[in-house]
Design a protein around this ligand. Structure first.
Ligand SMILES: NC(=O)C1=CN([C@@H]2O[C@H](COP(=O)(O)OP(=O)(O)OC[C@H]3O[C@@H](n4cnc5c(N)ncnc54)[C@H](OP(=O)(O)O)[C@@H]3O)[C@@H](O)[C@H]2O)C=CC1
Ligand SMILES: Nc1nc(=O)c2c([nH]1)NC[C@@H]1CN(c3ccc(C(=O)N[C@@H](CCC(=O)O)C(=O)O)cc3)C=[N+]21
Length: 300
């Protein structure tokens, strides 16, 4: 491989150290402990692992972690009542409701019930609108983590051609807004895009957020491009033994790494940065709630 590996795991550890420093400062100087509440409805095993990781890392940086695990049959009204309590709880500065929610619950209604100031996922319509209009917002964790890695690698992004593959509300769209904010020329591609290969070949920055294992091969990549692979896909790995699986991204890593200038791996790329940014957003929300100076280098 000729591309530089962008080590998200390492980068995330640096972010967590910065967060831990701010948490100490808030505690020592102001007697405040930032708190993050994570709500999980149902028993999806992948979500459970993810929620457990978040809880552990929240405590590691010195913040308070409040986990609410509700049964899959929880009604929308019960969930809304919990959100209401968390909105009013002074010890809670950030609220995250793990997605997807069960079908009988209207996810948009639940997300928009969260106090926008505590919406550390940045999914509330107020935060979406603020981001889209270039105002100060809570920025979704995954795109924020991607932006931090891009800035670290490339410095000024002005004028670069950025292609985002995927237009979801949680990754593709906010990513496109952030890149526009950095003065990139942004193309958002999706399942109806014509000649995706040719569109991708224009990209100085290629962000893949599709959810299709190894869909983007090396020959879709412009030589020297920076490739950010958001996809997390579990595929069978018989070479590791019967019934075993492994994680791969949306980019075919081996062929892409021959062409790209820099690339994020899966696992160990965007995933760890997402959780680090969640912790960063919680500290930011806590500072804003108390009218204190915001941490530097942890926001968009
Ligand atoms: N690393 C991390 O922290 C995170 C990783 N993820 C991962 O990122 C991936 C994307 O997640 P998410 O945005 O939630 O996914 P969604 O399923 O919500 O969106 C997928 C997007 O990809 C587009 N798409 C699907 N098939 C194709 C295709 N053949 N060609 C071009 N575009 C296509 C869809 O287009 P259309 O709109 O036309 O249907 C859609 O816009 C998943 O693998 C997910 O697991 C997600 C969140 C966080
Ligand atoms: N309200 C909400 N906010 C989210 O941010 C959110 C969500 N719901 N639902 C699910 C997706 C997915 N997501 C991941 C975050 C980290 C890793 C992660 O840390 N991945 C590790 C590997 C973990 C493993 O080994 O399974 C890595 O890529 O190295 C993965 C996936 C956040 N999401």
């Amino acid at each position: 491989m000729s591309a530089t590996l962008i080590d998200g795991k390492d980068f995330a550890a640096t972010i967590r150290e910065k967060v831990a420093g701010h948490v100490r400062h808030l505690h020592e100087e102001h007697g405040i402990t930032p708190g993050l509440a994570v709500v999980l409805v149902g028993e999806d095993p992948a979500s459970q692992v993810y929620v457990r990781n978040k809880g552990a890392q929240t405590k590691e940086v010195g913040m308070a972690s409040f986990e609410h695990r509700l049964p899959a049959e929880t009604s929308e009204a019960e969930l809304l009542a919990l959100i209401d309590r968390l909105n009013g709880a002074p010890a809670v500065h950030g609220i995250l409701v793990q997605l997807p929610l069960p079908d009988h619950i209207d996810a948009a209604k639940v997300i928009n019930a969260i106090d926008p100031a505590k919406d550390v996922d940045g999914f509330h319509i107020s935060n979406v609108g603020l981001l889209a209009t270039g105002q100060k917002a809570m920025v979704p964790c995954t795109p924020l983590g991607c932006l931090m890695m891009l800035r670290d690698r490339l410095g000024d992004l002005s004028g670069l051609d950025a292609v985002v593959v995927g237009r979801s509300n949680i990754v593709g769209k906010p990513m496109a807004h952030l890149l526009l904010g950095e003065n990139c020329t942004v193309t958002v591609a999706h399942s109806r895009t014509r000649d995706l290969a040719q569109v991708c070949r224009r990209a100085d920055i290629l962000v893949a957020a599709v959810g299709r294992p190894q869909m983007i091969p090396g020959d879709w990549i412009k030589p020297g491009a920076t490739v950010i692979d958001v996809g997390i896909n579990r595929i069978p790995a018989p070479e590791r033994g019967e019934g075993k699986t492994r994680l791969v991204g949306d980019v075919d890593f081996d062929s892409a790494a021959e062409v790209a200038g820099a690339i994020t791996p899966v696992p160990g790329g965007v995933g760890p940065m997402t959780i680090a940014c969640l912790l960063a957003n919680t500290v930011t929300a806590c500072c804003r709630a108390h009218g204190l100076a915001e941490p530097e280098g942890l926001t968009a």
